[in-house]
Design a protein around this ligand. Structure first.
Ligand code: ATR
Length: 288
């Protein structure tokens, strides 16, 4: 139930029909017995400016930001975290009496996901597929939290990868990014120099579950780690191919719950029920 004192939270984006954030945040709120409520706040693109100015003056403590507003929201911020400054994308906003502060908690989601591979990743080479906002959060986390030595960045539009390279060189002084067109032959050439292959593109996401960003069997090797940011489906075609070779495969579920947990902490100061949230999402996929 909610009343006058209920603190409002939410997620802004368009479309929002399939967002799983309300499910896990409201479950956490209920479990912790907090007087909060988390709502999907769908904003049509033409209404963005009016809506954000409205949210600022409403009693809303904060909100998540998803596609297509992760970059656009930056123009409305009073302040931002170091992550946002480097990555240029926001997934969490805290509203301090009309002053919006932007964060990128995807970075924490990636950190908690890869933590158990920390030793293997330190000083190693990484292959990253895709150069959008999610890719920038992955690269930030790999540089800042895992001390990787080299990033091989593959993107359909190579100019976008080059721009990303420039940003990380300028803002984090990390000069070890090489950019390539998305080409399986080029990926095969650098595979021996990489420990981890990360898919940050939406290729293979529901409903296109039979697709994979890379397909040739030579690109899947037993001694590598394969990380797909997608969590719907939990096992993408990319991860199936990886696991068939005996390699370690990681899906995006831990990252999704990890980013939610960090956002929740920023708004409420409380710890999120991580395992229960992961289970809730798994069961949701089994049921549907
Ligand atoms: P996100 O915030 O999820 O990263 P984004 O910023 O739109 O979303 O970035 C999507 C990334 O996936 C981009 O690198 C995009 O490639 P382009 O820069 O060439 O657009 C990549 N991508 C999207 N669809 C793709 C496809 N069908 N094949 C290969 N790459 C794709």
């Amino acid at each position: 139930m909610f009343d006058f004192d209920t603190t409002k939270l939410g997620v802004i984006g368009y479309p929002l029909k399939h967002s799983l954030s309300p499910l896990i945040h409201n479950n956490a709120i209920e479990k912790l017995g907090l007087n909060y409520q988390y709502q999907p706040l769908e904003i049509k693109p033409g209404n963005f400016d009016t809506s954000i100015n409205g949210l600022k003056i409403m009693k809303i403590k904060g909100f998540n930001v998803t596609i297509p507003y992760k970059e656009q929201i930056i123009g409305y911020l009073h302040n931002m975290s170091k992550e946002v400054e480097v990555i240029g994308a926001v997934n969490t906003v805290v509203n301090n009496d009309g002053k919006l502060i932007g964060y990128n908690t995807d970075v924490t989601g990636i950190k908690v996901t890869l933590e158990r591979f920390g030793e293997e990743l330190s000083n190693s080479g990484i292959i990253v597929l895709g150069a959008g906002g999610a890719s920038r959060a992955v690269i930030y986390s790999l540089i800042e939290h895992f001390n990787v030595s080299k990033i091989h960045l593959f993107n359909r539009t190579v100019e976008k990868a080059e721009k990303l390279k420039g940003q990380f060189s300028e803002k984090l002084n990390f000069k070890e990014i090489s950019c390539y067109n998305f080409d399986e032959k080029r990926i095969a050439d650098v595979l021996s120099r990489a420990k981890l292959v990360v898919n940050t593109t939406p290729v293979g996401m529901y409903p296109d579950v039979n697709e994979s960003p890379i397909n040739h069997y030579k690109l899947f090797k037993k001694d590598k780690i394969y990380f797909d940011l997608i969590y719907n489906p939990l096992k993408t075609n990319f991860l199936k191919k990886a696991e068939r070779t005996g390699a370690a495969g990681i899906n995006g579920l831990k990252m999704f719950v990890g980013q939610a947990a960090e956002s929740f902490k920023l708004w409420t100061g409380k710890e999120f029920p991580i395992e229960e949230s992961e289970l809730l999402i798994k069961n949701k996929f089994i049921d549907s």
